[in-house]
Design a binder for this molecule. Structure first.
Ligand SMILES: Cc1cc2nc3c(=O)[nH]c(=O)nc-3n(C[C@H](O)[C@H](O)[C@H](O)COP(=O)(O)OP(=O)(O)OC[C@H]3O[C@@H](n4cnc5c(N)ncnc54)[C@H](O)[C@@H]3O)c2cc1C
Length: 449
């Protein structure tokens, strides 16, 4: 530790934790240890979409070049292209609803490929520990943070990054400690709010995920759109996303059923479970042929009850920071949870990696991370939920409210521009702005000290 500025412990080796470790380990003056609850590094068998701004981070960390090898074609940079074709599909005669054009590409990957490449790039100086499930942490008077794991072992660090996902133990401890402090101050209302953010809330959405062998779909429908395009079939009460991954050998398939009126209620059943194909086919009777053909090729898969973390008042406390789902688990209707985890990791590594951040200045640096990232990530979470309403036609009862053709056409126009508006961030350049802002704020804070 003699030649190190400070020690960072990252709990959780999902996409957020891995990118954080990679980004921090570029700085030899920071000691990085990564603790993962499971007994091996890995990801679930499913696809993932990465938007251009997030892709830029992967380029800057030099992992993009290895990811390109598993893509059918290198991603476009500055040219405008159709990222996603949306069809209205809940009737036998489906029709194109909207083509989402963005500057750059929506890169779609197999999660396992993505995780393998991240692992490959993790430098040896970043120490990794498997089968280490964090139970709780505490902080002593010197500021050091003590970690307690479920195998009885302990560890010490100067900064703790909670990258431990939806059911984060770091978030639970952070909020519990803050709530205790609020009670000591006599602020029962603040304590109650903090405690209410510990357990995630059901969004009213359920997703079904599986991978379809492309060969199987091709045999059935040789020119099925999902073999070559990112496609979204939308309709009342649910929607389906399908796109080719692993050089086109596999089609990623996710179906959503929505009951938004149940948002905030308790989900009745396990949050993640294996299900039969019949279960995901059930809600899509009467949808267009392309959807039925895809559903017929889907074998068993997994059902995920989509939960969200209530918007937190802060992602940080003292020397502890939350990133990714631990901070802002959101619905997947904008394909952005992992992207936001990556962006959190990158901005957090920017503020910690800045040479002005001495061990004493860590809380200040984390506050800057929070100021920059929280409004942005929470805005995306909100837009993502609102996209879910839009894609399942829950936002307006549009069939009955817009009975004649002209009013329907006008409404559709409005919905399309709303979709484009919702996704605008995907090709915005705020990432460079965020990095510059982080460094500038640190400079100012330092000059003021
Ligand atoms: C159906 C669906 C589709 C999606 N599609 C997309 C998409 O296309 N694009 C996109 O950007 N996002 C997408 N997302 C969201 C994305 O999957 C998540 O936001 C992302 O995986 C969050 O990453 P994370 O690293 O924060 O958490 P996780 O990936 O959940 O990783 C957390 C890690 O922490 C470990 N852990 C948990 N508890 C502990 C503990 N106590 N101690 C130590 N380790 C612990 C876990 O084992 C895990 O490895 C989708 C989500 C769903 C459900």
């Amino acid at each position: 530790m003699a030649d190190k500025r400070f020690r960072v412990a990252i709990c959780g080796a999902g996409v957020g934790g891995m990118v954080c470790a990679l980004a921090l380990a570029r700085d030899p003056s920071i000691e990085v240890e990564l603790y993962e609850a499971t007994s091996r590094f890995g990801e679930i068998g499913a696809g993932i979409g990465i938007w251009p701004r997030t892709w830029k981070i992967l380029e800057q960390l030099h992992v993009a070049e290895d990811l390109v090898c598993v893509l059918p074609a290198p991603p476009a940079h500055d040219t405008e292209a159709i990222a996603l074709t949306m069809r209205r599909s809940d009737k036998p005669e489906g029709h194109d609803f909207h083509k989402l054009k963005i500057k750059g590409s929506l890169v779609v990957l197999h999660r396992a490929d993505f995780h393998r490449v991240l692992l490959k790039h993790l430098p040896p100086q970043c120490k990794t520990h498997l089968s280490k499930r964090l139970l709780r942490y505490s902080q002593d008077n010197s500021g050091s943070i003590h970690l307690q794991f479920n195998d009885g072992s302990t560890a010490i660090c100067d900064v703790l990054v909670g990258a431990d996902g939806l059911k984060s133990a770091v978030r639970a401890t952070l909020l519990d400690l803050e709530a205790q402090a609020a009670r000591v101050r006599g602020d029962a209302q603040a304590a109650g709010f903090l405690e209410s953010c510990i357990v995630p809330k059901w969004s009213g959405e359920v997703s079904y995920r599986t991978l379809v062998p492309a060969i199987k779909l091709r045999e059935k429908v040789p020119n099925h759109r999902a073999l070559t395009h990112n496609i979204q079939y939308i309709g009342r009460g649910g929607y389906i996303v399908a796109y080719p991954i692993s050089k086109g050998e596999t089609v990623n398939f996710v179906a959503f059923r929505t009951s938004h009126e149940l948002k905030g209620t308790e989900f009745n059943g396990p949050w993640v479970t294996n299900v039969s194909a019949q279960e995901f086919q059930a809600g899509f009777d009467g949808w267009e042929a392309e959807v039925t053909q895809l559903l017929q090729c889907a074998e068993k898969g997994m059902r995920w009850a989509i939960h969200e973390v209530k918007p937190l008042q802060s992602f940080v406390s003292g020397r502890v920071a939350l990133i990714g789902d631990a901070a802002h688990a959101m619905t997947p209707n904008q394909g952005s949870g992992a992207g936001q985890a990556i962006e959190d990791a990158y901005i957090l590594a920017t503020v910690l990696g800045n040479p002005l951040t001495s061990i004493d200045a860590i809380p200040e640096a984390l506050t800057i991370y929070d100021t920059i990232r929280r409004p942005f990530a929470q805005d995306i979470a909100e837009r993502s939920f609102s996209n879910g309403l839009l894609f399942s036609f829950d936002r307006d009862n549009y069939e009955s409210e817009f009975p004649d053709e002209e009013s329907k056409r006008n409404k559709l126009k409005e919905l399309r521009s709303s979709v484009t508006e919702q996704w605008k961030w995907a090709w915005s350049t705020t990432l460079d702005g965020a990095v510059a802002e982080a460094n500038e704020r640190l400079q100012k804070a330092h000059a003021g000290n």
